[in-house]
Design a protein around this ligand. Structure first.
Ligand SMILES: *[C@@H]1O[C@H](CO)[C@@H](O)[C@H](O)[C@H]1NC(C)=O
Ligand SMILES: *[C@@H]1O[C@H](CO)[C@@H](O)[C@H](O)[C@H]1NC(C)=O
Ligand SMILES: *[C@@H]1O[C@H](CO)[C@@H](O)[C@H](O)[C@H]1NC(C)=O
Ligand SMILES: *[C@@H]1O[C@H](CO)[C@@H](O)[C@H](O)[C@H]1NC(C)=O
Length: 487
C-alpha cells in the first residue's frame, strides 16, 4: 500500500480534543488499558456512488498485513466505520487501514505504557495556555463514550477536586491554577468497568496588558518619631515587572549619613499583578530629618508616581508642671473628704436613718394592709364592688385594682358590681371595669333596707357561687370577705 494513494491523510485535522468523534490524524497515541476507538471520517457523507464494501486491516513488523474481524480478538469490536478496543493493549500498536471501495485510510497507532506512579501519562496530555485573569475552563465531557459514562471525576495534579456526572472547572485564571487536570470517565461495557482519562497541561501566562504604576497609600504620610530613635519608611507600589521604585532624599548639601535606602523587593500576586516595596531607614533621628519631604517614586514607560513621607516629633501630650501639682492637691483633698464622710456615716448610721425616715419615709404600716388584702383576694371566688364616690380612697382602689386583675387577667374570681348611689362621673374608675358584662351590674334603687325576698337580693344570690346548704350563723366572716355586706 502506497501512502500516495491516501489523499485523506493529507487533510488530517490537527484536532486533539476529546470532542472529536472521528479520527482524522495519522499518528495516534492511546493509553494502555483504556477503551479506545478508531473512527473513519467519511470524506463526503452524501456521496452514495461508493460501493459500500468496507474492510479493516492491520499491519505490523512481525505479522505483515492481516484483515481484522470481530472474531480476531475478544477485545475488538468492529462497526462500519469504527474499530473499538476494550481495552487497547501495548501489542495493539501498529498501522491500521480502513478500506471502502477504492478509498483507504491509514492510522499509525502507538499504545503508550501506563505510568505506575501517576494518574496520567506525560506523553498523552493536551496543553492549554491561559492568560492570567482570563477565563480558565476545564470541562469533562466525552463525546464518544458519553452514553456509556457512569461517573466522572476531575483531578488536579492527581488529587481529586470534583466527582459527579459532569465535573468542570470555570474561573478566572490565577497562577496557582497551573497544573495537570485529569478527567477520569468510568464506563461499563459487557458487564466490565473501564476508565478513560484525558489530561490537560494548563499553563498560566502573564497578561500582556501594562498597568499605570502607583505608589500605595496617601499623598503625604506623616510619621511620628522621637529624636534619637530609628525609623523605617516602607514605600510600596503596584507596577509592571520592568518598573522601579526608589527614594529621593538628597539635599543640596548631599545626603544625611544616617539615611539608608534598602533593596527593592518585587513579587507577583497569584492574580498576576506585580508589587514592589522599598525601605528607607533613618537611624538616630536628628532635627535635620524632621519636616523634610522624603519622596518615594515609581517610574515606568507609562509615567511616574510620587508620594511624600514627612517625619514629625511625637506629641507626648505632657501636662504643664503647675497644672499637674494643682490637680494632685485637688485629688488628695477630695479623696480625704470622701473618707471622712464615710467614717461619720458609719458611726451615726442609725441617727441618719431615723432622720431620713422623719422627712422622707413612707408609711410602711399601709403596705401591710395591702398584703392582707391580696391574700384575701386570693381566697375569694367573687368580688363585690359597691360603688360610691366617697369610697375611693387608696386602700379601696388597691383592692379594686388587684381584684380586677384576678378577675380579668387571671380569671380566678368573678366580679359583681353594685351601684349603690347613681354615679354621674365614672372617670375615677379603672378602665377595666367598663369591660364588665352588664348582667353582673346590680343597681340599688331603694333608700332603706329591702327584705331578703326582694328582687335585688335574689339577683345578688344568683350571682354568688351556688351552695348546697345555707351556712350556719357565725360562718359569715369566713365567706368572701370582700363582700362588704353579709346577707
Ligand atoms: C506542561 O506545560 C509546561 C509549560 O508549558 C511545560 O514546561 C511542560 O513540559 C508540559 N508538560 C508536559 C508533560 O507536556
Ligand atoms: C453507575 O453504575 C452503577 C452500578 O452499575 C449503577 O447503580 C448506577 O445507577 C450508575 N449510575 C449512572 C449515573 O449511570
Ligand atoms: C512593606 O510593605 C509591603 C506592602 O504592604 C509589605 O509587603 C512588606 O513586607 C513591607 N516591608 C517591610 C520590611 O515591612
Ligand atoms: C519631594 O516632593 C516635594 C513636592 O513635590 C518637593 O517640594 C520636595 O523638594 C521633594 N523632596 C525631594 C527630596 O526631592
Amino acid at each position: 500500500m502506497h501512502l500516495g494513494q491516501l489523499p485523506l491523510t493529507l487533510l488530517a485535522l490537527m484536532c486533539r480534543d476529546t470532542s472529536e468523534t472521528c479520527t482524522a490524524r495519522l499518528h495516534i497515541n492511546a493509553l494502555e488499558g483504556e477503551p479506545f476507538f478508531l473512527k473513519y471520517c467519511p470524506f463526503s457523507p452524501g456521496h452514495k456512488n461508493e460501493p459500500n464494501t468496507t474492510k479493516w486491516l492491520k499491519s505490523n513488523d512481525s505479522h505483515g498485513e492481516v484483515e481484522l474481524r470481530s472474531s480476531s480478538s475478544p477485545r475488538m469490536t468492529l462497526h462500519d466505520y469504527v474499530l473499538e478496543f476494550w481495552p487497547v493493549e501495548l501489542d495493539d500498536s501498529g498501522s491500521y487501514f480502513f478500506q471502502m471501495g477504492n478509498h483507504t485510510h491509514e492510522w499509525r497507532l502507538n499504545v503508550i505504557r501506563r505510568s505506575k506512579h501517576n494518574c496520567f501519562t506525560e506523553k498523552q496530555v493536551i496543553s492549554k495556555t491561559v492568560e492570567v485573569g482570563k477565563a480558565l475552563q476545564v470541562d469533562c465531557n466525552h463525546s464518544y463514550y458519553r452514553n456509556l459514562v457512569n461517573r466522572t471525576a476531575l483531578y488536579k495534579n492527581c488529587e481529586k477536586i470534583e466527582n459527579n456526572k459532569n465535573p468542570s472547572l470555570k474561573k478566572n485564571a490565577e497562577f496557582k491554577d497551573q497544573g495537570y487536570y485529569t478527567c477520569v470517565f468510568f464506563l461499563h461495557h459487557n458487564g466490565k468497568l473501564f476508565h478513560v482519562t484525558s489530561t490537560y497541561n494548563i499553563t498560566i501566562v502573564e497578561g500582556h496588558s501594562t498597568v499605570i504604576p502607583v505608589i500605595l497609600g496617601p499623598e503625604i504620610n506623616h510619621v511620628e518619631v522621637e529624636l534619637g530613635t530609628d525609623v523605617q519608611l516602607n514605600c510600596s507600589a503596584s507596577l509592571n515587572e520592568k518598573d522601579h521604585v526608589y527614594w529621593n532624599f538628597l539635599r543640596d548639601d548631599g545626603q544625611d549619613p544616617n539615611e539608608h535606602e534598602g533593596e527593592e523587593i518585587k513579587a507577583r500576586t497569584s492574580e498576576g499583578k506585580w508589587h514592589a516595596s522599598r525601605i528607607l531607614r533613618i537611624e538616630n533621628i536628628n532635627e535635620k530629618n524632621l519636616n523634610f519631604s522624603y519622596n518615594c517614586t515609581v517610574s515606568s514607560e507609562k509615567g511616574l508616581d510620587t508620594k511624600r513621607f514627612v517625619l514629625l516629633i511625637k506629641d507626648r501630650g505632657d501636662i504643664p508642671g503647675h497644672v499637674f501639682t494643682g490637680g494632685m492637691i485637688t485629688a488628695v483633698v477630695i479623696s480625704g473628704g470622701v473618707v471622712c464622710l464615710v467614717i461619720v456615716a458609719v458611726i451615726y448610721r442609725i441617727d441618719l436613718a431615723l432622720f431620713y425616715r422623719h422627712f422622707m419615709g413612707r408609711d410602711e404600716t399601709l403596705t401591710a394592709v395591702v398584703d392582707e388584702i391580696h391574700s384575701l383576694i386570693e381566697q375569694s371566688r367573687r368580688l363585690i364592688i359597691v360603688l360610691s364616690t366617697s369610697y375611693m380612697f387608696n386602700e379601696v382602689k388597691y383592692e379594686l385594682e388587684s381584684g380586677l386583675h384576678e378577675a380579668l387577667v387571671e380569671r380566678k374570681i368573678k366580679i359583681i358590681l353594685i351601684e349603690f348611689a347613681p354615679i354621674s362621673d365614672f372617670t375615677f374608675l379603672p378602665q377595666s371595669l367598663k369591660l364588665l358584662k352588664s348582667h353582673r351590674v346590680l343597681k340599688w334603687k331603694a333608700d332603706k333596707s329591702l327584705s331578703y325576698n326582694s328582687r335585688f337580693w335574689k339577683n345578688l344570690l344568683y350571682l354568688m357561687p351556688a351552695k348546697m346548704a345555707r351556712p350556719r350563723r357565725g360562718e359569715c366572716e369566713a365567706e368572701p370577705v370582700l363582700a362588704r355586706s353579709c346577707p
